[in-house]
Design a protein around this ligand. Structure first.
Ligand SMILES: *[C@@H]1O[C@H](CO)[C@@H](O)[C@H](O)[C@H]1NC(C)=O
Ligand SMILES: *[C@@H]1O[C@H](CO)[C@@H](O)[C@H](O)[C@H]1NC(C)=O
Length: 219
């Protein structure tokens, strides 16, 4: 092969690998998750097909608003492979998010998925930040959709005086959620105060105040 052909081949294979940025494609009809198997694979091991039932593909948990019992005023109810074993290897999942008036789904990222939200009820201010630090934001209302590209920090806030809710779709069976404030100020063990004080240009007393407020509630 000539050097030019090699160059073309390398560019093509890079381009192809970039198109597989979401969960890998499936190699069989179904692979219902069997988390109890203990076998470590990329996802979950498959249940024997004789043991597969319709219950593996069903979840009724998004039919009603979740009960919001936190200070942020929003609740995510996930319908991912942990709730719907039949989603294993299929590369998609949904969530329902409910918001009280003024409720916030705080800035977070999904390392494995792009998200698209569809507003069921109410109005929300939503936005994401690109890696060049540009905020892309908009107010969206019932029946409208908004996209949060894979891996980018994003949020939704209900600035209305009525409850709001959305359905979110993901191109991953388990998108993963990395909540920025809680990752930095409520990890175990905690991030050292001097790191946070320097990063946020505040003093360590202020760091402690935030850490105390965000600490996981003891039950
Ligand atoms: C089906 O499930 C039963 C009960 O959990 C289990 O004992 C059996 O081994 C399973 N069948 C196969 C083929 O894995
Ligand atoms: C809040 O609700 C969730 C899910 O409904 C429940 O698991 C949790 O225990 C509740 N927390 C409090 C503090 O009531």
């Amino acid at each position: 092969m000539s050097p030019t052909n090699w160059t073309i081949l390398v560019i093509l294979s890079c381009a192809i690998s970039f198109t597989f940025a979401s969960d890998p494609d499936t190699l069989q009809d179904l692979c219902v998750a069997l988390p109890s198997s203990g076998v470590k694979v990329n996802g979950f091991a498959c249940k024997a097909e004789t043991n597969v039932t319709e219950a593996d593909f069903f979840f009724g948990g998004l039919s009603k608003p979740g009960i919001i019992n936190n200070t942020l005023g929003s609740l995510v109810t996930a319908a991912n492979v942990e709730k719907v074993p039949g989603l294993n290897t299929l590369g998609v999942s949904l969530s329902r998010i409910d918001y009280k008036p003024s409720g916030l789904n705080p800035p977070h990222t999904h390392p494995r998925a792009t998200e698209i939200v569809f507003v069921l009820e109410g109005e929300l201010d939503v936005g994401f930040i690109t890696t060049s630090n540009k905020l892309i934001s908009k107010s969206i209302k019932k029946g409208e959709i908004f996209v949060f590209p894979k891996g980018l920090v994003h949020y939704q806030k209900n600035n209305g005086d009525k409850a709001a809710s959305v359905i979110s779709a993901f191109n991953s069976q388990l998108p993963g959620t990395f909540s920025i404030a809680s990752a930095l100020f409520a990890s175990t063990p905690t991030v050292p105060d001097d790191v946070l004080a320097q990063a946020f240009q505040i003093d360590s007393k202020e760091v402690d105040t935030i850490k105390t407020k965000l600490a996981p509630k003891k039950t």
